[in-house]
Design a protein. Structure first.
Length: 452
């Protein structure tokens, strides 16, 4: 009888453990909405690349859900990565630029520290680009590459361009260790690809030797294509490892980018708040998620924290101030269930390293792009104007006015009275803003937003 009881308890323990999901989060660097061969919007051919080949991402998409309206929390690397770790907008976190040091939330509230509070059995690792002054260890990671920057990705090893293959090896070793020790894991792979400067295996580059760089091309388009393929190969190796370890069926895989980039259809690119700078690829696979599904619901990267916790420990109370919402029900319902957040809007703020300091808000199908130097707001209906070519602020004055008030209130609450007053005076970090040349103009498609 005793032996039967022990066997039953062991069986129960194994089954309970099997229900605790692993999390594999793959973060690309500067990959645009159309930077893969996966069509992000089913009816929009320009939402995929004809030049870049990503067969492993195509396979992942066939096994999971593809999002057409996924947004980065910011249009630049550092701020976006901070928002992901902390589950809130960059303004609420008071991390509006890479020099921000006075975050409004403690690192003890990070995604991994919170996950470990919910379930102490989790082990976590971060390999690749980090980009912040807080250490990965302070945010709960048991293993990492430390505080790393863009330049760390540029290697002299011809067998490990952009460190993609080294990151992959470390990832596979970490997963091996956790499976053998019986720990569920959270693994974030922050690849340096596809950030400039491009690097690729010589053997891969040969495939693209005849690529046409187009007018004004610098000759590195072929290297970019080869780097993207190398990156995709590494993703394939990581996913294959999940199969080899027999944990693929119990692992949630999230693939996205830290910010957007130039495309043939979206306005703007990295560094500004046009759709090109903030809309990004997103694919999610996992238990209960039907393969080959598509979702048009807008989501954002600071939702990842709430999503991970909802899968790993349903009902666990998130830290105060978290603004992201869980995708769990959205994913399990085939894209039908809504995402519930503490705020029903997306807000972005970019006041440095850009010609026109700007903020943006999206609520429903409408997006307001506001320029602090010219004090002008452009309103776009993204449902009917994906490329942000038609400013309708004068036709929809009530909507534009309400969104502007809401946007400013959000920025003010996050950055504080002093910083907000400086913006209103036309100052950024104590320096006068450069004279504007009219409404801000992104460079996507070589046009940018229209004048109001």
């Amino acid at each position: 009888m005793k032996s039967i009881l022990i066997a039953a308890l062991l069986c129960f323990g194994i089954n309970a453990s099997a229900k605790t999901p692993n999390i594999l989060f793959i973060l690309a660097d500067d990959q645009s909405w159309s930077g893969t061969s996966v069509r992000m919007k089913a009816d929009e051919p320009s939402s995929a690349s004809r030049e870049f080949h990503t067969p492993n991402l195509e396979k992942l998409a066939a096994q999971g859900m593809v999002f057409s309206q996924a947004y980065a929390a910011h249009c630049k690397c550092e701020c976006s990565r901070a928002a992901i770790q902390m589950g809130r907008t960059t303004t609420t976190l008071n991390a509006p630029d890479k020099n921000a040091r006075n975050w409004s939330a403690p690192v003890t509230d990070s995604i991994v520290n919170t996950l470990k509070k919910a379930d102490r059995s989790y082990k976590a690792a971060h390999f690749g680009k980090w980009q912040w002054f807080h250490t990965p260890e302070s945010m709960g990671y048991d293993a990492s590459d430390g505080i790393t920057m863009n330049e760390d990705g540029d290697t002299t090893d011809p067998e490990d361009p952009k460190q993609s293959f080294g990151i992959t090896r470390r990832a596979k070793s970490f997963m091996d260790t956790q499976v053998k020790s019986g720990h569920p894991f959270y693994l974030q792979l922050s690849y340096y690809a596809v950030h400039n400067q491009p690097q690729a295996l010589a053997s891969t580059l040969k495939k693209y030797a005849g690529m046409d760089t187009g007018k004004g091309g610098k000759g590195d388009r072929a290297v970019m294509a080869a780097m993207t393929e190398d990156f995709d190969t590494c993703i394939g190796e990581v996913l294959k490892k999940l199969d080899e370890l027999h944990i693929a069926e119990n692992t949630i895989v999230i693939y996205t980018s830290d910010n957007g980039g130039r495309t043939n259809i979206l306005n703007g690119g990295k560094g500004d708040l046009g759709e090109g700078g903030i809309r990004e690829p997103l694919i999610v696979r996992g238990p209960g998620i039907k393969g080959g599904t598509r979702c048009d619901t807008p989501v954002t990267s600071y939702d990842i924290m709430a999503t991970v916790l909802d899968f790993a420990s349903p009902g666990f109370v998130l830290p105060k101030g978290v603004e992201g919402g869980s995708w769990k029900q959205l994913l399990l319902s085939g894209g039908k269930e809504p995402v519930k957040r503490s705020i029903d809007r997306f807000v972005w703020h970019q006041a440095v390293e850009v010609e026109h300091p700007q903020s943006a808000i999206r609520k429903g199908d409408y997006k307001l792009l506001y320029f602090w130097d010219t004090m002008e707001g452009l309103l776009f209906d993204l449902k009917n104007d994906l490329g942000e070519t038609r400013d309708i602020a004068k036709q929809k004055t009530d909507i534009a006015a309400k969104l502007q008030v809401e946007l400013k209130a959000h920025v003010r609450a996050g950055l504080g009275e002093q910083a907000f007053a400086a913006l209103e005076r036309g100052e950024v970090q104590g320096e006068p803003m450069r004279p504007g040349k009219g409404p801000g103009k992104g460079k996507g498609k070589g046009k940018g937003p229209p004048k109001p």
